[in-house]
Design a protein around this ligand. Structure first.
Ligand SMILES: Nc1ncnc2c1ncn2[C@@H]1O[C@H](COP(=O)(O)OP(=O)(O)O)[C@@H](O)[C@H]1O
Ligand SMILES: CSC[C@H]1O[C@H](OP(=O)(O)O)[C@H](O)[C@@H]1O
Length: 399
């Protein structure tokens, strides 16, 4: 039986030789640890020509970016692998392929996407992938519809909800999104220059009521198997291709959370662009982000509606008009969750390179303030923002 130990590069090569699915495993000869996320080890496994052929990812028993003082469940590796396997069944063209996983070792072997690039870096550099927003909308519609009550038999759905119970990872989201930014907390991380903006969040009763309602929905609405952390650092892109990775926050939650996280990261890029390019380029990039958001939501909603019309199994949920009513609720949730992503990435523990890498302090602080004020507006106005066009109008209003 396998027993947990933290992999060295040597262990990772041996493991990839055994489980990487190559015809000639002896081709795999070396490994490099390339993890740049907050949580895990990621090894690229190279062949004799120095070409990366397969990925070995292992969970550490603690939060990597903080250290051993913050222990964290190894079960997250099983949850990540099983979420990606489930999503792959419904969106194989947009989900990284898992070749093998071992729950005891908290390790998985997966498809190497070294011929792709992480979307966040591409957005910061101004690279444009014309199909990416629609592909992301398609991924979300496929995975969220086919794991929802519209499609699954009630017994199957309940068994799936049980299998994907993910309390420790959900607790991180519950704390980082819905608690920390609205109180004084040692995990918070922001420059002293924006203290007044952050203090205002703590004193804002209207905002805190709206955040409580969003957190309550995150706790209780088991609508579909979410990715759970679908930010632009969890998405690989190449010409004509988009693939989701890193689903260890996967659980059955409100569909609007995944949509809101994805839209929120496009808006974080929108907020940060003036810090990375000249005024004219920033303006053009920002317009493109707004188009991206429109394409993402429209593709998601149209595709989800089509799937609901053609494939809903439940007699009551199949009643004409119900799916479109449900999508209105998903939209309002998405706007609110999007606002919480903007605020937690500006005030909380984990920030985004779109803003964090802006060298000029004054500009970076202005971008942080922009993300905070836009996030607040979206949270408190969410129920009154009825369409993606209205969202875009609000984004322009708060620019
Ligand atoms: N399938 C893959 N192919 C190529 N590189 C990968 C793959 N998965 C992860 N990586 C690299 O490892 C980094 C961290 O991976 P990620 O899954 O985001 O880790 P974490 O769970 O710690 O956030 C990614 O930003 C990417 O550079
Ligand atoms: C203590 S985890 C903080 C943060 O990190 C995760 O992102 P990633 O795994 O992609 O680095 C997630 O967004 C968490 O909220």
């Amino acid at each position: 039986m396998s027993q947990y130990h933290t992999f060295t590069a040597h262990d990772a090569v041996a493991y990839a030789q055994q489980f990487g699915g190559l015809d000639d495993p002896s081709e795999l000869v070396s490994a490099q640890e390339v993890g740049d996320g907050n949580l895990n080890l990621v090894f690229k496994i190279f062949d004799t020509h120095g070409v990366s052929r397969v990925i070995v990812k292992q969970a550490l028993p603690y939060v990597r970016c903080v250290g051993e003082s913050w222990p964290l469940t190894l079960d997250r590796a099983r949850l990540e692998a099983q979420t990606l396997v489930e999503h792959y069944q419904h969106a194989p063209e947009h989900t990284v392929k898992i070749h093998h996983f071992d729950a005891e070792l908290a390790v998985m072997v997966m498809e190497d996407l070294s011929n792709h690039r992480i979307l966040r870096g591409e957005l910061i550099q101004g690279a444009y992938y014309p199909q990416a927003a629609q592909q992301l909308g398609h991924y979300l519609a496929q995975t969220l519809f086919h794991t929802s009550d519209f499609y699954l038999h009630p017994h199957q759905k309940k068994a799936q909800v049980a299998n994907f119970i993910n309390p420790e990872m959900c607790e991180i989201t519950e704390d980082l999104f819905f608690n920390d930014p609205y109180q004084v907390h040692e995990r918070n991380n922001y420059p002293a220059e924006i203290e007044a903006d952050v203090a205002a969040l703590r004193d804002d009763a209207q905002l805190k009521l709206a955040v409580a309602s969003l957190k309550h929905r995150f706790f209780s609405q088991a609508e579909a198997l979410l990715h759970g952390d679908i930010h632009s650092g969890s998405i690989f892109v190449a010409d004509g291709s988009l693939k989701a990775i890193d689903a260890e926050f996967g659980y059955f939650g409100p569909i609007g959370f995944d949509i809101g996280t994805a839209v929120g990261n496009l808006l974080l890029n929108y907020c940060g662009l003036p810090g990375h390019s000249g005024i004219r380029d920033a303006a053009a990039g920002r317009e493109q982000r707004l188009v991206d958001i429109q394409e993402l939501w429209n593709t998601f909603a149209e595709h989800f509606q089509t799937l609901a019309t053609e494939k809903t199994q439940d007699a009551a949920l199949a009643y004409p008009g119900y799916a479109s009513e449900f999508l209105k609720k998903v939209w309002h949730d998405a706007v609110g969750f999007c606002g919480t992503e903007l605020i937690r990435r500006s005030v909380g523990l984990s920030h985004v390179a779109d803003i964090e890498t802006i060298k000029d302090d004054t500009m970076r602080h202005a971008c942080l303030r922009h993300a905070i004020s836009l996030g607040r507006a979206l949270i408190v106005l969410a129920e009154r923002i009825d369409s993606v066009d209205e969202l875009i109008a609000r984004v322009r209003q708060y620019s």
